[in-house]
Design a protein around this ligand. Structure first.
Ligand SMILES: [Zn+2]
Length: 107
């Protein structure tokens, strides 16, 4: 599975960091390990690891809409969308995990 491109995507979370920042970003664990981890955008404190579902959603977003500098948010109903929509500032694209495509079948 090629998931390098999810690095640098920002996600708004309901549970802010102790520094008060509610944005987390996908980082590679290290230069040698491409395991994705979450870090606070502001203080760069580690905020755990993305779940398989979260990684799949991030990849689904990239596949549908491409890379963005806008913060994204995971929806309660399972999709991923621009964070501003979650706050009721408009409607826009939502990406969903494509249940039919397996990671092995990448184009
Ligand atoms: Zn922080």
């Amino acid at each position: 599975m090629k998931d390098d491109d999810i690095y640098g995507l920002d996600i708004v979370v309901a549970d802010p960091c102790r520094c008060g920042c509610a944005l987390i970003r996908v980082w590679a664990h290290s230069t040698k390990s491409k395991i994705p981890i979450w870090k606070c955008v502001w203080c760069q404190k580690r905020r755990g690891k993305p779940t398989d579902t979260e990684i799949a959603l991030l990849n689904a977003w990239l596949k549908e809409y491409g890379y963005t500098l806008e913060p994204l948010a995971f929806c309660d109903d399972g999709g991923i969308r621009f964070a501003y929509e979650v706050f009721g500032r408009g409607r826009g694209p939502v990406a969903w995990i494509d249940e039919d495509s397996s990671p092995d079948r990448a184009a």
